[in-house]
Design a protein around this ligand. Structure first.
Ligand SMILES: Cc1cc2nc3c(=O)[nH]c(=O)nc-3n(C[C@H](O)[C@H](O)[C@H](O)COP(=O)(O)O)c2cc1C
Length: 170
């Protein structure tokens, strides 16, 4: 699939078929996560692939009750690794590792779309709660929860602002 097509066609999917994701597709998703750029190539990010039903349920509860999470075969929790990027000081621990995790997720979401999979970035959650569910070490900060699975809905594209509102040519 053409990258531009993937960028335009991808939609947030919140309803999934009860169908597992084959292992080769899971590996493609992992590849997409790993090959994203990162600050100083320190790759200050970690990803938890959650398949366990009880854990997915608890993640949904910590995501302010967004229970649709648990309907996806895999729920990826992307974490910023503050320890891995500490040599860059506060900019590293406060920003770069969050960006490292985020840019990985975007590439993975596009790769998922190409594979016929749907996903959604879930950002509304209790960091403390998610850290507790996954027993995260203190240096990992959960940045995004991303359920992934075969779409059971075809949402319409929400509007975007015009380029005039968002882009300034100087
Ligand atoms: C930082 C961030 C946080 C988000 N948090 C949530 C969320 O908690 N729950 C949810 O259902 N969607 C969430 N979304 C998805 C947005 O609602 C969605 O991307 C937006 O409405 C545009 O729709 P589209 O992705 O289909 O283009 C989030 C997206 C981003 C980038």
């Amino acid at each position: 699939m053409n990258v531009y097509t993937a960028i335009k066609e991808r939609r947030s999917i919140r309803c999934f078929e009860k169908k597992d994701i084959p292992q080769d597709a899971v590996e493609r998703l992992i590849d997409a996560l790993l090959w994203a750029p990162s600050a100083g190539n320190l790759q200050s990010r970690k990803f938890y692939f959650v398949r366990d039903a009880a854990l997915k349920q608890r993640l949904g509860e910590e995501a302010l009750g967004q229970r649709f999470l648990a309907g996806a075969p895999i729920v990826i929790v992307a974490c910023a690794d503050e320890r891995a990027v500490s040599k860059y000081g506060p900019r590293g621990t406060g920003l770069y590792c969050v960006q490292d995790a985020s840019i990985s997720i975007m590439g993975m979401m596009l790769a998922a779309h190409e594979l016929g999979l749907g996903s959604v970035w879930v950002g509304a959650f209790s960091e403390e709660g998610v850290s507790g569910v996954l027993d995260l070490p203190s240096w990992l900060r959960p940045v995004a929860i991303v359920p992934v699975g075969y779409p059971a809905e075809t949402p319409r594209a929400p509007k975007r602002v015009s380029s005039r509102e968002a882009v300034l040519f100087l």
